[in-house]
Design a protein around this ligand. Sequence first.
Ligand SMILES: O=C(O)c1ccccc1N[C@@H]1O[C@H](COP(=O)(O)O)[C@@H](O)[C@H]1O
Length: 245
Amino acid sequence: MTDSPRLELLPAVDVADGQAVRLTQGEAGTETGYGDPLSAAQDWVNGGAEWIHLVDLDAAFGRGSNAELLERVVKSVDIKVEMSGGIRDDESLERALATGCARVNIGTAALENPEWTAAAIAKHGDRVAVGLDVRGTTLSGRGWTRDGGDLWDVLARLDREGCSRYVVTDVKKDGMLSGPNTGLLMDVCEATDAAVVASGGISSLEDIAALRAIVDRGVEGAIVGKALYNRNFTLPQALDVAGRP
Ligand SMILES: O=C(O)c1ccccc1N[C@@H]1O[C@H](COP(=O)(O)O)[C@@H](O)[C@H]1O
């Protein structure tokens, strides 16, 4: 394992109503609270993270905004941040990028506003990733409450538009601690030359090892959420398995 290419790990800080939370299958109302997002982010920095995956859940659900708090989180850490949730127009995109985050994820807008998404990719290159949140092979947007088309059709369109990275979430796996959907991830890697970041389901160090084993297929990184908050393992342990920078 030590010779295999490393897997980037992105500990998650999902924010709802000003608190760090985890959801189960993205369902509103399933929140487990983990306190102050600034402290959560600092914990991941202290544990050796090189990335944080930072989500405004209220913006993703269209019920509010934690934009100022997310900006404070980005500015409080000296590591790379991937921001997502509610980035759907020029104003929200420019505001997110102006925080100094390394990149943003676009979800709903990639399904509902293809022209705007293509322009954002053309303008910002690999600072823009697209979140492909799927149930089976049907994409989901608006807080995972609305179907948004076929995964393979949308992937082909985004590839043509030059998207350089996809964050692939199996919604049914998210927050379930039941292992990642490696079959889906490998199918996506097979269909695109773009980088793939895995999201959803990691529960153990073995899951991280399984994802590291498919880095050479195109899986660049993995988002880890509930398993870290529940202390199934520590971030340093996870980084040992994923490979350190
Ligand atoms: O991360 C979650 O648990 C989550 C749950 C429900 C909806 C979205 C969620 N997260 C991420 O939010 C963005 C999508 O936001 P938008 O559609 O662009 O407003 C995407 O990265 C999701 O993975």
